[in-house]
Design a protein around this ligand. Structure first.
Ligand SMILES: CC(C)(COP(=O)(O)OP(=O)(O)OC[C@H]1O[C@@H](n2cnc3c(N)ncnc32)[C@H](O)[C@@H]1OP(=O)(O)O)[C@@H](O)C(=O)NCCC(=O)NCCSC(=O)CCCCCCCCCCCCCCC(=O)O
Ligand SMILES: Cc1cc2nc3c(=O)[nH]c(=O)nc-3n(C[C@H](O)[C@H](O)[C@H](O)COP(=O)(O)OP(=O)(O)OC[C@H]3O[C@@H](n4cnc5c(N)ncnc54)[C@H](O)[C@@H]3O)c2cc1C
Length: 670
C-alpha cells in the first residue's frame, strides 16, 4: 500500500513545471480557480453530497436520491447566500443529473433569450426563486433534429384571447425533455403558431403543466417518464418525459414574444430581430457543452493516467525507489502513450477552445443587445460545429480511457462506465452531431460562394480570404523539428480545410439543384466541416500560447500538448492531408517522428498535468483515479460493498443452486 502511494509521489516529483500555476491556466483565471476550488472542497466534505454507488440503486431510489440532493443543493445555496457563480459551481461539483440542469441550463435561458422585458419581469423571479420548475419541451416522438417539422399546435382563439395548445397525433407528443416526467411545473413548449387560419411555423410558449398545490397534471395534460436509459446511474437519475396536450388553453401573453407577437386582434407581427433568436437557448447550451466535453474527457484522462502510472505489467525487472524488483508501469509502453497522451492534449485543447467560445458567446449577446446581428451566423456555426467535434471526441476518448485501464476500467468503481453513459448522449442532445456538422458545411459553402462577390470573410473563416494562396501552397517541412513551428502547422490545417471545402463547392455545381447536391455530397461536406472545426481548435490553442503565460515551465508543457494535439490529428486524418496535397508522404512521416519525440518529452509531466485539473476524489468518483494512487486496497474494499456480498450464501441458493447440485449428485450416484 505504501509503495503505491510513494509511487505517485515519485511521479509528481518528476514534473518540470509549476502545477499550482497550471491549475490557474486550466481554471481560466485566479478568481475562477479560487471559487471552483473552494466550492469543490465544500461539496467533497459535506456528507449530504456523498456519492454512494449509484450503479446498485434501483431507478426509484436513484431518482429520489437526485431529488434529495437537488433540494439540499438549494438549501445550501440559500444558507450560504451563494452568488450565481458559486451556486453554479455547487450544482456542478455535486455531479448528479437532476431537473435543475434543464431548469437553469435551458428553461431560464429560453425565457431570457426569447421573452420580452415585460414577460421576463414576470417569469424570471419565479424561476430564479424556484417557485416554479421549468423544462424545455421541443423534441417530439416523431421529430427531433427537424425543428421545423414539429407538429404540436398553438392556435390563437381571438374570442378568449388565448392560445390552444394541442398534440394532434401520437408523433407530436413531446418526448425527452429533462425534468418533465415527474418534476417540472412549467415548460417552454415549442409549437406551430396558427392564427387566422395561417401556420406561422414554430414558436415558444410558456405552459403550466402541473398544479402548484398538489403537483397533479393540469386538465388536458398527460405527462410521464419515458423509461430507463443506457447505463446504470448516469442519466437515469433524471426524469426525461413525455407530454401530450388536449386543447390546453394559455393566455396570449404566454407566447414568448421577443421575436414576433400576436396582437389582441390575432395579427401576427414580426419584430426587427432575426427569427433564429428563438433558437438562442440552443446556442447558449451548445457553448456550455463544449466546456463540458473538456471536463468529461479530462476526468477520464485523469483516471486513466493515474492508474496507468500505478499499474504494472511484464517488462524487464526494474528496481523501485527501495531497490525492489518491479514490473514495467503500463504508462511507459509506447502504445499506451500514443493512445493516452493525445487525449490529455485534447482535454487541454477543448478547454481553451471552450474558453474562447464563451468569449464569442458573450460578445454575441452584447452585440444582440445593441441590435447588431452580424455575428449570429458565425456564432451558430461555431457552437454547432465545436459542440459536435468535442462531444464526439470526448465520448470516444472516455471509452478509450476505460480500455486503457484494462479489466478494472469496466468496473463501476472505476467511475468510467457511468461517466461514459452520462456523457455519450451529448453526441445527440442539443442537436445530433452529424446534423450540426451539416449546418457548419452550409455556412462554409455560403462563405465560399460569397468570396466571388468580394465579401470579406471574417472571424473563424478569415483564412478563406487567402484561398488563392492556400489552394496552391506547399508545406515547407524538411525535418521533424520544422513541425514545431506553429505557422507551419496552421498553414497545413488551413490548406486541408479550404481544399476540402472548395472541392465540395465545385462538386455541388455538378448537380441539378443545390438540394440534390447537398444530399449526395453530405459525407464529404461533413468531412469539410470537421476539418474547419479542427482548424478552429488548433488555431485557438496556438493563440493561447501567444498570450502571456506565467508560471515556471507552464508554457513549455502547453507547447508540447499543443504539438501533440496537432500532430496526432495529422496522423489520424492523414488521408485528408495527403489527398489534398497539403503535406507530402515524407512530411507525414516526419510528423510521426516528431509526435513520438513529443510523447517522450511529456512523459515525466503527465501526472502533474492531470493534477492541474484540480479534481477532488469526490468529484472523480473513481477508485482507479485516486489522488494517492492507493488503488488495490480500495478496489478490494469496494468489492466488499457490493450488495451481493451482504450475505455469504446468496439469496437464491436454496431455490436454484442447492436443488440443482443435489439433483446432479443424485444423477451421478445412480
Ligand atoms: C438547425 C437545424 C438543424 C435545422 O434547421 P433548418 O435547416 O431546418 O433551417 P431553419 O429554417 O431552422 O434555419 C434557417 C437558418 O437559420 C440558421 N440557424 C439554425 N439554427 C440556428 C441557431 N440556433 N442560431 C442561429 N441560426 C440558426 C440556419 O443555419 C439557417 O441559416 P441560413 O439560412 O443562413 O443557411 C435545427 O432544426 C436544429 O437546431 N435542430 C437540432 C435540434 C436540437 O438541437 N434540439 C435540442 C433540443 S433540447 C435538448 O436536447 C436539451 C438537452 C439537454 C441535456 C442536458 C444538458 C446538460 C448541460 C446543460 C448545461 C447546464 C448548465 C447549468 C447551469 C447552472 O447550473 O447554473
Ligand atoms: C439524454 C437526452 C436528453 C434530452 N433532453 C432534451 C430536452 O431536455 N428537451 C428536448 O426538447 N429534447 C431533448 N432531447 C432530445 C434531443 O434534442 C434529440 O434527441 C436530438 O435533437 C436528436 O434528434 P432525434 O433523436 O430525433 O434524432 P434523429 O434526428 O431522428 O436522428 C437519427 C439519425 O438520423 C440522422 N439524421 C437526421 N437528420 C439528418 C439529416 N438531415 N441528414 C443526415 N442525417 C440525418 C442522424 O445523424 C441520426 O444518425 C434529449 C435527448 C437525449 C438523448
Amino acid at each position: 500500500m505504501e509503495r503505491i502511494m510513494d509511487h505517485l509521489a515519485h511521479e509528481r516529483s518528476k514534473a518540470q513545471f509549476s502545477v499550482e500555476e497550471m491549475k490557474i491556466i486550466w481554471a481560466g483565471s485566479l478568481h475562477a480557480f479560487q471559487v471552483s476550488d473552494r466550492i469543490a472542497r465544500l461539496v467533497a466534505s459535506d456528507p449530504g453530497f456523498r456519492k454512494d454507488n449509484r450503479a446498485v440503486l434501483s431507478r426509484k431510489e436513484l431518482f429520489k436520491s437526485a431529488l434529495r440532493k437537488a433540494a439540499y443543493v438549494w438549501k445550501r445555496i440559500n444558507e450560504l447566500a451563494l452568488s450565481e457563480e458559486e451556486a453554479s459551481w455547487l450544482r456542478f461539483y455535486v455531479d448528479e443529473l437532476a431537473y435543475a440542469y434543464i431548469h437553469w441550463g435551458m428553461f431560464v435561458p429560453a425565457i431570457k433569450g426569447s421573452a420580452t422585458e415585460e414577460q421576463q419581469q414576470k417569469w424570471l423571479p419565479l424561476a430564479n426563486n424556484m417557485q416554479i420548475i421549468g423544462t424545455y419541451a421541443q423534441t417530439e416522438l416523431g421529430h427531433g433534429s427537424n425543428v421545423r417539422g414539429l407538429e404540436t399546435t398553438a392556435t390563437f382563439d381571438q374570442e378568449t384571447d388565448e392560445f390552444i395548445i394541442h398534440s394532434p397525433t401520437l408523433t407530436s407528443s413531446k418526448w425527452w425533455p429533462g425534468g418533465l416526467g415527474k418534476v417540472a411545473t412549467h415548460a417552454v413548449v415549442y409549437a406551430r403558431l396558427i392564427t387566422d387560419g395561417q401556420d406561422y411555423g414554430v414558436h415558444g410558449f410558456l405552459v403550466q403543466i402541473r398544479s402548484l398545490d398538489d403537483h397533479f397534471p393540469l386538465p388536458g395534460v398527460t405527462v410521464g417518464d419515458i423509461g430507463m436509459k443506457f447505463g446504470s446511474g448516469a442519466f437515469n437519475s433524471i426524469d426525461n418525459g413525455f407530454l401530450r396536450f388536449n386543447h390546453v388553453r394559455i393566455p396570449r401573453n404566454q407566447m414568448l414574444m421577443k421575436v414576433s407577437r400576436v396582437t389582441r386582434q390575432g395579427k401576427y407581427v414580426e419584430s426587427n430581430v432575426p427569427k433564429q433568436l428563438l433558437y438562442g437557448a440552443m446556442v447558449y447550451v451548445r457553448q456550455i457543452i463544449v466546456a463540458d466535453a473538456s471536463i468529461a474527457l479530462s476526468r477520464a484522462v485523469c483516471i486513466a493516467t493515474r492508474y496507468s502510472a500505478v499499474r504494472r505489467q511484464f517488462g524487464p525487472p526494474h528496481e523501485d525507489e527501495n531497490g525492489k524488483g518491479v514490473e514495467t508501469q503500463v504508462i511507459d509502453y509506447k502504445t499506451q502513450q500514443s493512445r493516452l497522451f493525445p487525449l490529455l492534449a485534447s482535454a487541454y485543447a477543448f478547454r481553451f477552445v471552450g474558453e474562447w467560445l464563451k468569449w464569442l458567446y458573450t460578445d454575441l449577446i452584447q452585440k444582440l443587445e445593441a441590435n447588431d446581428f452580424s455575428t449570429l451566423p458565425e456564432a451558430h456555426a461555431c457552437t454547432a460545429g465545436l459542440k459536435s467535434l468535442t462531444t464526439s471526441a470526448a465520448a470516444d476518448g472516455i471509452k478509450e480511457c476505460w480500455k486503457l485501464c484494462g479489466g478494472h476500467g469496466y468496473l463501476s468503481s472505476s467511475g468510467l462506465p457511468e461517466l461514459y453513459a452520462a456523457f455519450v448522449p451529448a453526441c445527440t442532445y442539443e442537436g445530433d452531431n452529424i446534423v450540426l456538422l451539416l449546418q457548419v458545411s452550409r455556412f462554409l459553402m455560403k462563405t465560399i460562394s460569397q468570396l466571388q462577390t468580394g465579401k470579406k470573410p471574417i472571424g473563424t473563416t478569415a483564412y478563406m480570404a487567402h484561398v488563392e494562396h492556400l489552394i496552391q501552397c506547399r508545406c515547407t517541412v524538411q525535418k521533424a523539428e520544422d513541425w514545431l513551428n506553429p505557422s507551419v502547422i496552421l498553414e497545413a490545417f488551413e490548406a486541408r480545410a479550404i481544399r476540402l471545402s472548395v472541392a465540395c463547392a465545385e462538386n455541388l455545381t455538378k448537380f441539378a439543384t443545390p438540394l440534390q447536391g447537398f444530399s449526395e455530397l453530405s459525407p464529404d461536406l461533413v468531412e469539410a466541416a470537421v476539418a474547419h472545426c479542427q482548424l478552429i481548435v488548433v488555431s485557438k490553442f496556438i493563440e493561447k500560447l501567444q498570450q502571456n503565460i506565467e508560471g515556471n515551465g507552464v508554457k513549455q508543457q502547453l507547447e508540447t500538448l499543443c504539438n501533440i494535439y496537432c500532430l496526432n490529428l495529422i496522423h489520424k486524418h492523414l488521408g485528408d492531408f495527403l489527398s489534398t496535397g497539403s503535406i507530402s508522404p515524407k512530411q507525414a512521416s516526419l510528423a510521426s517522428d516528431q509526435l513520438r519525440s513529443r510523447y517522450s518529452k511529456l512523459r515525466s509531466n503527465v501526472i502533474a498535468l492531470v493534477d492541474a485539473f484540480n479534481y477532488t476524489d469526490h468529484f472523480l468518483g473513481s477508485v482507479l483515479g485516486r489522488y494517492d494512487g492507493n488503488v488495490y486496497p480500495k478496489l478490494y474494499e469496494e468489492a466488499w460493498k457490493d450488495p451481493l456480498n451482504d450475505s455469504i450464501v446468496p439469496d437464491g441458493y436454496h431455490e436454484y443452486i442447492q436443488p440443482l447440485l443435489k439433483q446432479q449428485l443424485q444423477n451421478a450416484r445412480l
